[in-house]
Design a protein around this ligand. Structure first.
Ligand code: DX5
Ligand code: ZN
Length: 220
Protein backbone atom coordinates (compact mmCIF):
# COMPACT_ATOMS: atom_id res chain seq x y z
CA UNK A 1 0.00 0.00 0.00
CA UNK A 2 1.36 3.42 -0.89
CA UNK A 3 1.82 6.22 1.62
CA UNK A 4 -0.66 9.07 1.76
CA UNK A 5 0.46 12.61 1.01
CA UNK A 6 -1.00 15.54 2.93
CA UNK A 7 0.25 18.86 1.53
CA UNK A 8 0.47 21.58 4.19
CA UNK A 9 -1.21 24.78 3.03
CA UNK A 10 1.08 26.79 5.32
CA UNK A 11 3.50 27.35 2.43
CA UNK A 12 0.79 27.99 -0.17
CA UNK A 13 -0.40 31.33 -1.49
CA UNK A 14 -2.93 32.48 1.14
CA UNK A 15 -4.39 35.08 -1.23
CA UNK A 16 -5.74 32.22 -3.38
CA UNK A 17 -6.24 29.36 -0.92
CA UNK A 18 -9.18 27.78 -2.70
CA UNK A 19 -7.21 27.49 -5.95
CA UNK A 20 -4.23 26.05 -4.09
CA UNK A 21 -6.47 23.33 -2.68
CA UNK A 22 -7.81 22.51 -6.14
CA UNK A 23 -4.24 22.38 -7.45
CA UNK A 24 -3.10 19.76 -4.90
CA UNK A 25 -6.34 17.83 -5.46
CA UNK A 26 -5.61 17.70 -9.20
CA UNK A 27 -2.10 16.45 -8.51
CA UNK A 28 -3.31 13.53 -6.40
CA UNK A 29 -3.13 14.75 -2.79
CA UNK A 30 -4.84 12.32 -0.42
CA UNK A 31 -5.48 14.79 2.40
CA UNK A 32 -5.07 18.50 3.00
CA UNK A 33 -3.06 19.40 6.13
CA UNK A 34 -4.13 22.60 7.91
CA UNK A 35 -1.67 24.11 10.37
CA UNK A 36 -3.51 26.01 13.08
CA UNK A 37 -1.30 28.25 15.26
CA UNK A 38 -2.50 30.42 18.13
CA UNK A 39 0.37 32.83 18.92
CA UNK A 40 0.76 31.08 22.29
CA UNK A 41 1.78 27.44 21.89
CA UNK A 42 3.84 28.71 18.93
CA UNK A 43 4.54 32.38 18.14
CA UNK A 44 2.70 32.57 14.80
CA UNK A 45 -1.03 32.90 14.25
CA UNK A 46 -2.47 31.23 11.14
CA UNK A 47 -5.98 30.09 10.33
CA UNK A 48 -9.15 29.43 12.29
CA UNK A 49 -12.53 27.77 11.78
CA UNK A 50 -13.85 30.52 9.47
CA UNK A 51 -11.18 29.75 6.87
CA UNK A 52 -11.68 26.01 7.36
CA UNK A 53 -15.38 26.40 6.64
CA UNK A 54 -14.67 28.29 3.43
CA UNK A 55 -12.23 25.60 2.27
CA UNK A 56 -14.70 22.86 3.17
CA UNK A 57 -17.16 24.30 0.67
CA UNK A 58 -14.50 24.07 -2.07
CA UNK A 59 -13.10 20.56 -1.69
CA UNK A 60 -13.99 16.97 -0.92
CA UNK A 61 -10.45 16.25 0.29
CA UNK A 62 -10.06 14.72 3.75
CA UNK A 63 -9.14 17.61 6.06
CA UNK A 64 -6.43 17.01 8.62
CA UNK A 65 -6.14 19.85 11.18
CA UNK A 66 -2.91 20.09 13.15
CA UNK A 67 -3.73 22.23 16.19
CA UNK A 68 -0.59 23.91 17.50
CA UNK A 69 -2.65 25.66 20.14
CA UNK A 70 -2.62 25.72 23.93
CA UNK A 71 -5.62 24.12 25.64
CA UNK A 72 -6.98 22.66 22.40
CA UNK A 73 -10.07 21.45 24.27
CA UNK A 74 -11.41 25.01 24.01
CA UNK A 75 -11.46 24.87 20.20
CA UNK A 76 -12.12 21.28 19.16
CA UNK A 77 -15.87 21.51 18.45
CA UNK A 78 -15.52 24.70 16.41
CA UNK A 79 -13.07 23.06 14.02
CA UNK A 80 -15.16 19.93 13.66
CA UNK A 81 -18.32 21.95 12.98
CA UNK A 82 -16.35 23.86 10.34
CA UNK A 83 -15.70 20.57 8.52
CA UNK A 84 -12.48 19.05 9.83
CA UNK A 85 -12.34 15.24 9.48
CA UNK A 86 -9.37 14.55 11.76
CA UNK A 87 -8.18 16.77 14.61
CA UNK A 88 -4.61 16.34 15.86
CA UNK A 89 -3.62 17.97 19.13
CA UNK A 90 -0.14 18.44 20.51
CA UNK A 91 0.52 16.22 23.55
CA UNK A 92 2.43 19.10 25.18
CA UNK A 93 -0.46 21.56 24.79
CA UNK A 94 -2.95 19.99 27.17
CA UNK A 95 -3.00 18.68 30.73
CA UNK A 96 -5.96 16.51 29.69
CA UNK A 97 -4.80 14.40 26.75
CA UNK A 98 -7.22 11.54 27.36
CA UNK A 99 -10.17 13.91 27.85
CA UNK A 100 -9.38 15.99 24.77
CA UNK A 101 -9.11 12.87 22.55
CA UNK A 102 -12.49 11.66 23.81
CA UNK A 103 -13.90 15.13 23.14
CA UNK A 104 -12.78 14.89 19.50
CA UNK A 105 -14.49 11.52 19.06
CA UNK A 106 -17.65 12.72 20.81
CA UNK A 107 -17.82 15.65 18.39
CA UNK A 108 -17.72 13.22 15.46
CA UNK A 109 -14.16 13.39 14.13
CA UNK A 110 -11.08 11.19 14.08
CA UNK A 111 -8.39 11.97 16.66
CA UNK A 112 -4.62 12.32 16.53
CA UNK A 113 -1.76 13.21 18.86
CA UNK A 114 1.32 15.14 17.73
CA UNK A 115 4.67 14.74 19.49
CA UNK A 116 7.33 17.44 19.37
CA UNK A 117 10.84 16.23 18.50
CA UNK A 118 11.88 15.94 22.18
CA UNK A 119 8.60 14.41 23.41
CA UNK A 120 8.95 10.69 24.07
CA UNK A 121 6.54 8.10 22.68
CA UNK A 122 5.75 7.05 26.26
CA UNK A 123 2.99 9.72 26.44
CA UNK A 124 0.97 7.39 24.19
CA UNK A 125 1.04 4.55 26.71
CA UNK A 126 -2.49 4.91 28.09
CA UNK A 127 -4.28 6.42 25.08
CA UNK A 128 -3.60 3.86 22.33
CA UNK A 129 -7.28 2.86 21.93
CA UNK A 130 -8.27 6.52 21.42
CA UNK A 131 -5.93 7.15 18.50
CA UNK A 132 -6.61 7.25 14.76
CA UNK A 133 -3.30 8.98 14.02
CA UNK A 134 0.06 9.76 15.60
CA UNK A 135 1.96 12.72 14.19
CA UNK A 136 5.71 12.70 14.74
CA UNK A 137 7.01 16.25 14.40
CA UNK A 138 10.33 16.20 12.59
CA UNK A 139 10.91 19.94 13.12
CA UNK A 140 9.98 22.14 16.05
CA UNK A 141 6.46 23.41 15.29
CA UNK A 142 5.88 27.01 14.30
CA UNK A 143 7.09 27.49 10.75
CA UNK A 144 7.44 25.86 7.37
CA UNK A 145 10.73 25.48 5.54
CA UNK A 146 12.85 24.08 8.40
CA UNK A 147 15.33 21.20 8.12
CA UNK A 148 14.35 17.64 9.04
CA UNK A 149 15.67 16.52 12.45
CA UNK A 150 17.08 12.99 11.87
CA UNK A 151 17.03 12.13 15.60
CA UNK A 152 13.26 11.47 15.29
CA UNK A 153 13.78 8.46 12.98
CA UNK A 154 14.13 5.93 15.84
CA UNK A 155 10.90 7.32 17.36
CA UNK A 156 9.06 6.74 14.07
CA UNK A 157 10.44 3.17 13.97
CA UNK A 158 9.45 2.53 17.58
CA UNK A 159 5.89 3.82 17.12
CA UNK A 160 5.45 1.88 13.86
CA UNK A 161 6.53 -1.30 15.67
CA UNK A 162 4.12 -0.63 18.55
CA UNK A 163 1.18 -0.12 16.15
CA UNK A 164 2.02 -3.42 14.49
CA UNK A 165 2.54 -5.29 17.75
CA UNK A 166 -0.77 -4.03 19.14
CA UNK A 167 -2.51 -4.73 15.82
CA UNK A 168 -4.02 -1.22 15.74
CA UNK A 169 -5.37 0.73 12.80
CA UNK A 170 -3.47 4.00 13.37
CA UNK A 171 -1.92 6.26 10.72
CA UNK A 172 1.66 7.36 11.42
CA UNK A 173 2.15 10.86 10.04
CA UNK A 174 5.44 12.74 9.80
CA UNK A 175 5.56 16.53 9.48
CA UNK A 176 8.47 18.89 8.93
CA UNK A 177 11.31 18.99 6.43
CA UNK A 178 9.83 16.26 4.23
CA UNK A 179 11.28 16.37 0.70
CA UNK A 180 12.78 14.12 -1.97
CA UNK A 181 15.97 13.62 0.06
CA UNK A 182 14.45 12.93 3.48
CA UNK A 183 11.32 10.96 2.48
CA UNK A 184 12.95 7.56 1.77
CA UNK A 185 14.29 7.24 5.34
CA UNK A 186 10.97 8.46 6.79
CA UNK A 187 8.93 5.92 4.84
CA UNK A 188 11.56 3.26 5.53
CA UNK A 189 11.06 3.93 9.26
CA UNK A 190 7.33 3.23 8.90
CA UNK A 191 5.48 6.50 8.19
CA UNK A 192 2.12 6.06 6.43
CA UNK A 193 1.24 9.75 5.87
CA UNK A 194 3.71 12.40 4.74
CA UNK A 195 3.08 16.11 5.29
CA UNK A 196 5.01 18.46 3.03
CA UNK A 197 4.66 22.21 2.72
CA UNK A 198 7.57 24.13 1.24
CA UNK A 199 8.78 21.18 -0.89
CA UNK A 200 5.40 21.18 -2.67
CA UNK A 201 4.42 24.86 -2.78
CA UNK A 202 7.76 26.69 -2.84
CA UNK A 203 10.03 24.45 -4.91
CA UNK A 204 10.28 24.36 -8.69
CA UNK A 205 8.09 21.51 -9.94
CA UNK A 206 6.90 20.89 -6.38
CA UNK A 207 3.47 19.60 -7.41
CA UNK A 208 5.07 16.51 -8.99
CA UNK A 209 6.43 15.63 -5.55
CA UNK A 210 2.90 14.57 -4.52
CA UNK A 211 2.84 11.57 -6.87
CA UNK A 212 6.55 10.88 -6.37
CA UNK A 213 6.04 10.60 -2.60
CA UNK A 214 3.00 8.38 -3.06
CA UNK A 215 5.09 5.93 -5.06
CA UNK A 216 8.17 6.11 -2.89
CA UNK A 217 7.70 2.65 -1.37
CA UNK A 218 8.22 1.05 -4.75
CA UNK A 219 11.71 2.54 -5.00
CA UNK A 220 12.85 1.64 -1.46
C1 DX5 B 1 5.26 23.19 11.16
C2 DX5 B 1 4.01 22.67 10.51
C3 DX5 B 1 4.24 21.91 9.26
C4 DX5 B 1 4.90 22.72 8.18
C5 DX5 B 1 5.66 21.79 7.29
O1 DX5 B 1 4.93 23.83 12.34
O2 DX5 B 1 3.35 21.79 11.39
O3 DX5 B 1 3.06 21.29 8.78
O4 DX5 B 1 4.03 23.47 7.41
O5 DX5 B 1 6.37 22.58 6.39
P1 DX5 B 1 7.66 22.05 5.64
O6 DX5 B 1 7.21 20.88 4.80
O7 DX5 B 1 8.07 23.21 4.83
O8 DX5 B 1 8.65 21.65 6.69
ZN1 ZN C 1 1.62 20.50 10.56
Amino acid sequence: MSVKVAPSLLSSDFSRLNEEVRRIEKHGADWVHLDVMDGHFVPSITIGPVVVKSLRSQTELFMDAHLMVSEPEKHIEQFIHAGIDLVTIQAEATAHLDGALRQIHDAGAKAGVALNPATPASVLEYVWPLLDLILVMSVNPGAGGQSFIPEVLPKIEYIAAQIKKRDLNIELEVDGGVNRDTAPAIVGAGATVLVAGSAIFKAEGGMSLISDLKNIESVL
